[in-house]
Design a protein around this ligand. Structure first.
Ligand code: C2E
Ligand code: MG
Ligand code: MG
Length: 749
């Protein structure tokens, strides 16, 4: 026992530390024993479970556990004396429900008590060095006896691992794992909250819906991994175009959505949509080749087209389907007269199936003329469908429906067989051209079907020309090459259609045995206008085609000025209305002699940019009166209107085009009951060949005048504004500036 005591004395150990000292008193640490408390605190801090921190009255960090600095990989000196808010911030993603939306800065300056607030260490993130660190901090403000604030005292612990897992989970729940874009769930929430906030703030917000065209073909022809890759690249391109202007989401499949806050100018939106369409339509390099897709875009604008989320989503959907039905690669603004075209599209596919089975489809033939001697050298077969209820439907609309199912293969086979049969009744010097969809071209039986169509009809292979578009190169390149080889062996001719609209890669021309290039109508449309480039492009394509030993056909020539221009650029073959539209077989046979077939050009002298005939009831507002009138035609810059007598030239009017579209105009001509007006601000495209005003009367202004806040109703509607008020509203609708105070006082007064 004595030895033991001596030993203890030498080592300085306390009796309680001796396990054998079974009846010594517990060596409790007295609250007054500062040294031992400090020792305990040291042990605690170095354990790394939790740390302590303190700030001064100015919010500067005056103490933090040394092991905390170690964990952050920073010298302690770098942290101390720094403002606390320069070192830590609350997470903008706000996973931390309790503290969501309450930045640390705010909480500290309010001297709130902090309980488990999740914060991020800023310098690590900014410098990119050091690991990201998440802390959960607690603390309370300390005051002296006089009530003066002395700073915070608090504790902190590292929660990086758990928090990052939580972030990842929420990202999975909110973001699309394939593209990294917001998912449907997040977009719904964002739209909901944006619209609610904007309604209160009387701000506008546009919803853009996108659906990729021909995406199914990428999946079918190139496989799903290629499809996924294309979706990823589409997402990147969208991000590049949209930038900070809005939030982009992928709703699933090939559907994307963009929320664009504070943007309601239909001119700007149309430009943005056109840019998106153009960029998405550029080819995608993917493993094993190049994918070619397009996109259609529908747009709806709150509050004009709807105020609630459901209304805006439905409106944008309807606009999207209208865009798709109008043909590929188009955008469309919502308008109240759009029907449920998604449903119509499904019905259209069914009807088309029936029409094919019941032999209700027809082929019409449009002559291709050699300009030198006006001889018809060939005819292109163009499909026509007279829908029993809906009347004629253009192939641009129904071919795209067929391409979304395998129906196009049957449709294409039917066209091929029919065209070969019909051509047998034509002079031998006249070839027949048949359009072949990329899906049809890639289908395994295609060469056999061509062989069979030729054999069944007895047509010489060299009289058959297949018109392909660049999208055929999207398929597996070995199969594509093989198909080209077989077709060449058969002796049929190959033409590359719509050249210049897609990627127009020269490598296609080198790699595939084309006999002919067809210059797209869009170049001809603009070649006689300001756009000097179109004429140059036409010349370049013809030159290129000549150099490669190919023929060129220029499509879409309607007027003599275009004819002269394209001839001067070297065009030798022309297909256009100036010679003939597509004719039914019977009419064609009537026009053809048995030996040769000649057509002289006949058309307007000058190509005029579309001035559309419309017969539409509109309202004319002049001073305090509103008159009914009929608009006869409309262009971006003006209109012709019937029904107003004796209006002097120079009169200022406001034209009410319906649906809140007011256009300020001036009378430029006046005779009897006809006037011509010029708009102060040009109209913009609605994406479907129609014209709309850039802006509309704001439903908020109407609400202020006592109408319920709702989407703008179609047609004209009463508005209790005086004459000058109408003008002001129209200036606003046309110019986009803030409502003048004059009008505001008029509305609220
Ligand atoms: P495409 O093969 O480029 O055919 C030329 C289009 O331009 C035709 O439109 C034709 O009517 C039109 N066109 C020709 N000259 C003029 C002109 O001077 N002025 C104007 N305004 N238009 C002119 P259409 O018949 O509406 O056909 C549109 C597209 O539908 C075709 O473009 C083709 O891609 C597709 N298509 C038509 N028939 C078939 C078919 O049997 N099979 C497949 N796969 N596609 C077809
Ligand atoms: Mg064609
Ligand atoms: Mg074409």
């Amino acid at each position: 026992m004595a030895v033991k005591r001596l030993f203890q004395g030498l080592t300085g150990r306390h009796a309680a530390a001796d396990p054998e000292a079974d009846h010594g008193a517990a060596a409790v640490i007295s609250p007054n024993d500062a040294a031992r408390r400090l020792e305990l605190l040291d042990d605690f801090e170095s354990g790394g479970f939790a740390w302590m921190w303190a700030t001064d009255a100015q919010g500067r960090l005056i103490y933090v556990s040394a092991s905390a600095a170690e964990r952050l990989d920073r010298p302690l000196a770098e942290l101390l004396a720094q403002p606390f808010v320069a070192l830590f911030e609350t997470d903008s993603e706000n996973l931390d429900e309790r503290n969501a939306g309450r930045p640390l800065k705010f909480q500290l300056s309010a001297r709130n008590k902090l309980v488990d607030v999740t914060v991020r260490f800023i310098p690590a993130r900014l410098s990119g060095s050091g690991r990201g660190a998440w802390w959960s901090i607690s603390g309370h403000p300390k005051f002296d006896a006089g009530g003066n604030f002395l700073g915070y005292r608090g504790s902190a612990k590292d929660i990086t691992t758990e928090y990052e897992r939580k972030l990842e989970d929420s990202r999975l729940a909110e973001y699309d794992s394939l593209t990294g874009l917001a998912n449907r769930h997040r977009m719904t929430r964002r739209l909901e909250s944006t619209l609610a906030a904007y309604k209160a703030a009387k701000r506008s917000c546009t919803l853009m819906m996108l659906d990729l065209d021909k995406f199914k073909q990428v999946n079918d022809m190139m496989g799903h991994p290629a499809g996924d890759e294309v979706l990823r690249q589409v997402a990147q391109r969208l991000q590049r175009v949209i930038g900070e202007r809005g939030e982009i989401g992928r709703l699933g499949g090939d559907e994307f959505q963009v929320i664009l806050p504070d943007l309601d100018d239909r001119g700007k939106l149309g430009e943005l949509a056109a840019k998106i369409i153009q960029i998405v339509s550029q080819p995608y390099p993917v493993e094993g080749g190049r994918a070619i897709i397009g996109t259609s875009v529908g747009l709806a604008i709150a509050p004009y087209d709807g105020v609630e989320r459901e209304e805006i989503v439905r409106a944008a959907d309807l606009a999207l389907y209208a865009a798709k039905n109008g043909g590929r690669g188009a955008f469309r603004f919502f308008s109240a007269d759009l029907k449920d075209e998604a449903e119509e599209r499904r019905m259209l596919e069914e009807d088309l199936r029936e029409a094919l089975a019941a032999d209700q489809l027809e082929l019409h033939y449009q002559p291709v003329v050699r300009t030198a001697d006006s001889m018809v050298v060939g005819c292109e077969a163009l499909m026509r469908w007279e829908h029993p209820e809906r009347g004629p439907i253009g192939p641009a609309a129904f071919i795209s429906v067929a391409e979304e199912s395998s129906l196009i293969i049957q449709l294409g086979e039917w066209a091929l067989r029919r065209a070969c049969q019909d051509a047998m009744q034509w002079p031998k010097s006249v070839r027949v051209a048949v359009n072949v969809s990329a899906v049809q071209f890639a289908s395994p039986g295609f060469p056999a079907i061509v062989t069979s169509a030729l054999a069944a009809s007895g047509l010489d292979a060299e009289r058959l020309e297949l018109e392909l578009t660049e999208s055929v190169f999207m398929g597996d390149s070995e199969t594509t090459d093989e198909t080209f080889k077989v077709l060449k062996q058969l002796g049929v001719r190959l033409a590359l259609d719509d050249f210049g609209t897609g990627y127009s890669s020269l490598s296609y021309l080198r790699s595939a045995p084309f006999d002919k290039l067809k210059v797209d109508k869009s170049f001809v449309d603009s070649c006689t206008q300001q756009d000097q480039n179109s004429a140059k492009i036409i010349a370049a394509i013809i030159g290129l085609s000549d150099a490669l030993g190919m023929e060129t056909t220029v499509e879409g020539v309607e007027a003599f000025d275009q004819l002269e221009l394209v001839r001067s650029k070297g065009a030798k073959f022309i297909q256009g209305w100036i010679y003939a539209k597509a004719l039914p077989q019977a009419e064609l046979l009537e026009a053809m002699g048995s030996e040769s077939f000649k057509i002289e050009p006949n058309g307007p002298d000058r190509h005029r940019p579309d001035r559309r005939s419309v017969f539409r009831r509109i309202g004319i507002i002049h001073e305090d009166h509103r008159y009914e009138a009929v608009m006869r035609d409309l262009s971006t810059t003006g209109a012709r209107i019937d029904g107003l007598v004796g209006v002097p030239v120079g009169t200022g009017l406001v034209i009410d085009l319906g649906g809140g579209q007011l256009a300020v105009a001036e009378v430029t001509r006046s005779a009897d009951a006809h006037i011509a007006v010029e708009f102060e601000t040009p109209l913009v495209s609605d994406g479907a060949g129609g014209l709309v005003t850039r802006h509309r009367v704001s439903p908020y202004a109407l609400a202020a005048a006592g109408m319920p806040l709702a989407a703008l109703p179609p047609g004209n509607y009463p508005l209790s504004l005086g004459g000058e008020g109408w003008r002001q509203a129209a200036v606003h609708a046309g110019g986009g500036g803030p409502l003048s105070t004059g009008l505001q006082s008029r509305i609220s007064g």
